[in-house]
Design a protein around this ligand. Structure first.
Ligand code: FAD
Length: 549
């Protein structure tokens, strides 16, 4: 077992990747690849994972950030999916209680809306049963007055009541990263910023990849008995390098979100509400912001630079203003946006929202195993299916036996919380240490929901010469911690995925930009030219996040 996951380990990881023959090599460091890596290595397989950008830089940092039971799939009679993702919520919450946080959701029943009173009541009841919802979290049906008491901002004229039920909120990128880190501690060789360019074959069977490491600018070959393509929206681009001719293909759909200040849309609860066109949207309070999403439109443009378009933004604004009609949000209220692509399996004749979210595994003639579809929430089960297949292959083709699945009992941080109550108590202790800060409680919550008990290590770094820490000292310590323990290489990794400064605190990011760049510059010994280049990239990222086209 290794103890660190740092930039400093890169040279050693590269050497291992070149010298070893792995049981399984996974392409893609999103939640799907991360889940497979942890499952495989914890069953005893020699495992490697390669990611072309930063971990979770694809769809796995662009979701609605819910670990949810998929209530909307009931509408499509996808009972199996509701059962599976619903059961998974409870398991993932147990593995990382600070990252998968219970969140009550209101589903308003509106005159002429998607779900009437009967369908909401019966739907949520089935949902409770299928998703194994605990007694205290079982759905309640609310009258109009009870609903307005809980959420006075709702459109009151057409409101008939609401369903009140439980979901879980997460930080998708951090969840992915904690799974990746855990796989690395188990001994998997994992590298970001290295792209699989080609497959290598022997006797028409794929047994390796050629990889370009963009940091050392070196090309290496990695050998493995089995190769898994978990490249999300890029799954088909990789299959095209192998053989895609006989198989189903992907249908990508785009979803965007917008972020406004909580004061502009001061919701007390998360709401799952009707858009005027009959689709359902989420409005979710988080830190001191509220975010709204998502859209679902077929997509066949560039995979590298997904733009948030003005029509999509206007659609979300219009829908939110319809439901919260005393609040008229405008384009100027939008502080940040993000866009992501769902890697779904093409189903001819179905609209974007109708396409099933179920995952599928494809095995090509050369033996390349590809997986697509699915949800963040179901990552562990998707991984189980792939690793069961690998296990089976090892047994039949190599007479080698591996353990059965372990991931349901592997906590996703080194020092895990027992339950939600312990998370809340820990937030109180951190708040006690930071209570002199203007937003001490908010800062304590942010740190704990981001880093869990690793917050102690961050405060230890920050405290070396100081008792009363400033926000700047904490920020510097977070940067140092994530470079030394979370394979951060670029400022965008830190602001966009190790923390959510970019999406949920872009003002602080703008204020602290120079400090962040200076910290990275000191750590990585950038010259002036490198500093200017990274500054330009960070400015562009901030611009792209706060503008639409
Ligand atoms: P990705 O996260 O895209 O990972 C694939 C990785 O492969 C990328 O990081 C990419 O850089 C890498 N890669 C590609 N090519 C190569 C190569 N040649 N070499 C090396 N690496 C390569 N699910 C939920 O459960 N809850 C939600 O609330 C939710 N909301 C969503 C909202 C939106 C708008 C969208 C788009 C999706 C949502 N989902 C949600 C679904 C969920 O986010 C995705 O199913 C999941 O993140 C997909 O993960 P992935 O690992 O398959 O793909």
């Amino acid at each position: 077992m290794r103890n660190t996951f740092s930039f400093k380990d890169r040279k050693e990881i590269l050497q291992n990747l070149e010298n070893e023959t792995y049981d399984v090599l996974i392409i893609g460091g999103g939640i799907t690849g991360a889940g497979i890596a942890l499952d495989a290595v914890s069953r005893g397989m020699k495992t490697a994972l390669i990611e072309k950008g930063d971990f979770a830089s694809g769809t796995s940092s662009k979701s609605t950030k819910l670990i949810h039971g998929g209530l909307r799939y009931l509408k499509h009679f996808d009972f199996w999916l509701v059962y599976e993702v619903g059961s998974e919520r409870a398991i993932v919450h147990k593995l990382a209680p600070h990252l998968v946080v219970p969140k009550k959701m209101i589903l308003p029943i509106i005159e002429g809306g998607t779900y009437g009173t009967w369908l909401t009541s019966v739907g949520l009841k089935i949902y409770d049963l299928l998703a194994h919802v605990s007694e205290e979290d079982k759905r309640k049906m609310l009258t109009k007055n009870e609903t307005l008491e809980l959420e006075p901002l709702l459109l009151s004229d057409a409101l008939k009541g609401a369903g009140y039920y439980a979901e879980y909120r997460t930080d998708d990128a951090r969840l992915t990263l904690e799974v990746i880190k855990t796989a690395a501690y188990f001994g998997a060789s994992i590298l970001n910023y290295s792209e699989v360019k080609e497959f290598i074959y022997e006797n028409n069977k794929v047994n390796g990849v050629r990889v370009f490491d963009t940091i050392s600018e070196k090309t290496i070959e990695i050998k493995a008995k089995y190769i898994v393509n978990a490249a999300g929206p890029w799954v088909d681009s990789l299959r095209e390098k192998d053989d895609i001719s006989t198989e189903k293909q992907l249908q990508l759909t785009k979803g965007i979100h917008i972020v406004v200040d909580h004061e502009k849309l001061p919701l007390k609860n998360a709401i799952y509400f009707d858009a005027p066109d009959g689709r359902m949207l989420f409005a979710i309070p988080r830190e001191n912001k509220t975010y709204i999403g998502t859209t679902d439109t077929k997509y066949d443009e560039s995979l590298e630079n997904i733009k948030v378009s003005m029509p999509d933004v206007l659609y979300l604004l219009h829908s939110a203003n319809h439901m919260f009609y005393n609040i008229q949000l405008s384009l100027n209220d939008i502080e940040a946006t993000w866009a992501g692509l769902r890697p779904l399996i093409l189903q001819q004749g179905k609209s974007a929202s109708e396409i099933s979210r179920k995952d599928e595994i494809f095995v090509s003639k050369s033996g390349l195993i590809s997986i697509a579809g699915g949800k963040l929430t179901g990552y562990r089960k998707m991984a189980e299916r792939v690793v069961d297949l690998l296990s089976d292959n090892f047994r039949k083709q190599h007479r080698q036996k591996f353990k059965s699945i372990q991931t349901h009992k592997i906590p996703l941080t080194k020092n895990k919380f027992k339950n939600n109550e312990e998370v809340e108590k820990y937030i109180d202790t951190i708040f006690f240490k930071l209570k002199y800060l203007e937003n001490g409680l908010l800062e304590a919550k942010r740190l704990v929901h981001t880093f869990g008990k690793q917050t102690d290590e961050i405060l230890k770094i920050a405290c070396i010469n100081n008792e009363e820490l400033t926000i700047e000292e904490i920020l510097k310590a977070e940067i140092q911690y994530s470079i030394e323990n979370e394979m951060v290489i670029k400022p965008e990794d830190f602001v966009g995925r190790r923390t959510s400064l970019l999406l949920f605190n872009i003002e602080k990011l703008k204020e602290q930009k120079e400090l962040i760049l200076n910290e990275f510059s000191n750590y990585f010994s950038w010259n002036e030219e490198q500093f200017e280049e990274e500054k330009k990239k960070l400015d562009q990222l901030i611009y792209d996040t706060s503008n639409f086209y």
